[in-house]
Design a protein around this ligand. Sequence first.
Ligand SMILES: [Ca+2]
Length: 351
Amino acid sequence: MRLQFICLAIMAAGIYGDNRILITPSYPTTFPLSVTQNTSQVFTVRLTNAIVCPVSPNECSVIVLLNTTSDDANLINVEPCFLKFTQGKFSQEQYFTVSAVPNLATKNNLQQVNKATVVPVVDTLSEYYAVSTLNKINAVTVPPVHSSGQCNSVGDPHYTTFDGKYWHYYDGTTINPSRLNMVVSTNPKRLYGQLVIQAQMAQGSRPARNCALAGREGNNLVIVSFCGGSLELIKRFDPNGDVNVQPIVSVSGQSYTVLFKSGAWFRYDSSSAYGGVYISVPGSDYNYVCGACGNFNSNPNDDVASYVVNYNYELFHCQRTTSNDPQGGADDLKFSTGRESPNSPANRNNH
Ligand SMILES: [Ca+2]
C-alpha cells in the first residue's frame, strides 16, 4: 500500500518537478518551446541545497544529463549535453541552450510542426538529489518561413528558375509536342497534396512556343490550353474531395491564373505569340521541388544540365514527363488538346 503511494507521488512530481533542481524558464506540456531556424533558448539550472553524499565523498557531484527525443531524428541541439555540479560550487547556476539543428530547413518532413522533448535525468550519489524529478522541456520545431518562389517560361521558350537561373530549351529531336515538368513537389507531407505543373509546347511550331499549362494539387487538376487554337479550360476535381481545397481559376484580359489551396499558382498569358508561362510556389516548398523551374534551394547552378538544352534526354530526370520519357519524373497530366496524344504508340515510335 505504501509502495503504491510512493509511485503515485513520483508520477505527480514527474509532471511538475519537485523543486530540488530548478530549471527556468519551464515549459510544461501546454506551453511548448517554439524552436525554429536561427533561434535559441537559454535555460538556467540551479541546485537548491548543498550536495551531501553518504559514501564516496570524493565523487560527490550532481550531473544533469540532457537527453532529447523528437518526432524526427535530431531536430534540436542541446548544448552542452550535460551539466556537472560539484560540492564546492553547488550554488553556482549553470546554463544550457536549446536550438534548431543548423540544417532544419533542409531536413525531410518538416513542412509540419514536429515535437521534440528535452528530458533531464539526474545522475548522482546524493540521496537527496537522486530522487529529484525534473520538468521535461516540451518543444516544437517550426519550419523556417521562406518567401515564395517565382519562375517563368517565355519566348521559344526561355526559362528563369525559382533560383534565378536563365536557360533555354530548344527540343531539337522530337516531332511530337514537348511536355516538361515545370514543378514537381517532393515533400511527402505537403499540405493539400502533391503539386505537379506541366507545360505543353505547340506541335510543329518553329520556333517552339508554350501552348498549354496543366497543374494538379492533390487530386484536383486544371488545364489551360490554347494548343487547339482557342481556349480549352478543363477542370478535373476530386469528386469525393473537399470543395474548399479546389483550385480557383481567374481571368484577366488574356491571362488565365489558377490558384491552388497551398498558395501555389500558375498563369498562362495568351496575349503573347509565344504564350507566357508564370509559376509561383509558396515558401513551404523551398527545397521540396524539382523540374524546369529548378529545385528552389537558392543555388542557381544546380537547376539545369546546361545553359542551352537541345534534347529531351539532356533534361534532368524530374524535368521529363512520362509522355516524352516512360521513366519520366511525373505522370503525364493528360492534357486534352484536341490532338492525338503524344503518348500514343504511333508517336512514341518517332522517338
Ligand atoms: Ca537551385
